[in-house]
Design a protein around this ligand. Structure first.
Ligand code: NAG
Ligand code: NAG
Ligand code: NAG
Length: 431
């Protein structure tokens, strides 16, 4: 949210890749070094990055470069070997999480141009044939600002990739640092948005979120554009996206999405609300409405959940209070989309062509308000103004239950790890 903190985290990330700080201390990690020096000697069978067996999750561009938060790749494979060669547009040292089927996440930092041997006969889950069959490989990028480029995918000489069809439910998050996992320990893979997407079980998820971004289309904390514009593009507002695409990013191809989101959760306004960005309430409301009109135009059947903002906590006399933002504006936005005026002649916005269109057919109510009051307390927010891991888990847990109660989505996940390294326990029965 704050430029200084954000810029600092980028710089730190570049110097000490692979180091996770927890309460200011280095967390002990045991990331395997997966880079191999002589891939040709392994006799792999090799697939190109556009092989139809590969399913790209989240937003990637046509060069197979990942953007936004928690983008990933999923495929089935035979045998006991998977390696990936990362292309020139990979940020060197990017930390990825990967796993086989329902086993725990394994983390490794990957290198530009490097071939990384990720799955071997020793990888947990290998050799088991149930309940996930064919065995499923999944990889996700952990940092919201870094990215990888898939160049090649390799399996054993006599083995093959297997297409895994997408799950039937899809959720998308549109947000800023709060959804991107900024300042949580595994960043995107510790965020509340990821926690909901993964925690629902058997659900595809997109986390189209980037730290510091406003919904309003203006510069905010170094992001040149706001979500009302950028959501329509493949790439985010990072420096590396600008390096790769300059001023002409690729429009996101909504038509080619593997699945269309059924639910879209929006958490935007914390940056617009910051005086440093000087966004007026009118500009905020206008941009927020256009974004929802954009979502309604691209995904006519999606339900939209507007999240109430939480801006942090302050000591209030002998207790604590919560700062809120755009309270009335958000209520008004939700009311507008539920009004007869809107529903009888719904307007949709196309951020790429900058046009507004009024539809001939009326819409059914599709905009909901998720009130976050009471979920977080002051000690759920870390020194850099973002939820701690525990805070993110609390938001995710409440939002999961809200989705279940509001839309009837059953919680299907019954065991596989969602949040890595959150096992805090006491094994001493008395003190
Ligand atoms: C991860 O990247 C950093 C920086 O490039 C490097 O020092 C470290 O050895 C790498 N770790 C592994 C396990 O490859
Ligand atoms: C990327 O990082 C690896 C491991 O830390 C290092 O060996 C390699 O030289 C780096 N490559 C580039 C292009 O900086
Ligand atoms: C904030 O925006 C208003 C209206 O556009 C403008 O008049 C004012 O100078 C801006 N203030 C700052 C500090 O940029």
């Amino acid at each position: 949210m704050r430029l200084k903190a954000w810029a600092l985290s980028l710089m730190l990330g570049r110097i000490v890749e692979g180091t996770i700080l927890q309460n200011g201390q280095v967390r002990e990690t045991d990331f395997p070094n997966t880079r191999i020096n002589n891939p040709a000697s392994y006799g792999f069978k090799t697939y190109d990055a556009d092989a139809p067996e590969l399913s790209y999750k989240g937003r990637w561009d046509s060069k197979k470069v990942s953007y936004w938060s928690a983008p990933g790749v999923v495929f089935g494979f035979s045998g006991d070997t998977v390696a990936i060669t990362f292309g020139q547009n990979t940020v060197n040292g990017t930390l990825i999480g990967y796993r086989v089927s329902g086993m725990d996440w394994i983390f490794t930092n990957v290198t530009v141009g490097g071939t990384h041997l990720l799955v071997t006969p020793e990888t947990p889950g290998i050799g088991e044939t149930y309940p996930v069959n064919p065995q499923r490989f999944e990889m996700r990028v952990s940092n919201w600002g870094y990215g990888v480029q898939i160049d090649k995918v390799h399996v054993g000489a006599e083995e093959s990739l297997i297409k895994i069809p997408p799950y039937k439910r899809t959720i998308e998050f549109i947000g800023d640092s709060l959804s991107a996992g900024d300042f949580q320990t595994y960043e995107s893979l510790s965020s509340f948005a990821y926690g909901v997407g993964e925690g629902l079980g058997e659900t595809e998820y997109y986390v189209t979120a980037f730290p510091g971004i406003c919904v309003t289309d203006q510069e905010c904390w170094g992001n040149p554009r706001g979500q009302v514009h950028q959501w329509f593009y493949s790439s985010d507002t990072s420096w590396r996206a600008a390096q790769i695409w300059g001023d002409t990013p690729e429009p996101w191809d909504f038509e080619k999405m593997e699945t269309t989101p059924d639910i879209v959760v929006i958490n935007l306004g914390t940056n617009d609300n910051n005086v440093a960005n000087n966004v007026s309430a009118e500009a905020y409301v206008d941009a927020y409405k256009k974004l929802i009109q954009g979502v309604h135009g691209k995904y006519p059947n999606a339900q939209v959940v507007v999240m109430e903002l939480w801006l942090g906590f302050y000591q209030y006399g002998n207790s604590y209070g919560q700062s809120l933002g755009f309270q009335q504006e958000l209520e008004d936005i939700v009311a507008y989309f539920n009004s007869e005026e809107y529903l009888s002649a719904p307007r949709i916005w196309d951020g790429t062509t900058k046009t507004t269109k009024t539809l001939d057919t009326p819409s059914q109510p599709f905009v909901h308000y998720f009130r976050t009051k009471g979920i977080l307390q002051h000690n759920d927010i870390g020194p850099q103004y973002h939820p701690t891991d525990v805070g993110a888990i609390k938001v995710a847990s409440h939002l999961l239950q809200y989705i279940k109660l509001t839309f009837g989505w059953d919680l299907i996940a019954t065991g596989p790890e969602v949040f890595h390294e959150t096992l805090y326990w006491n094994d001493q029965d008395s003190y």
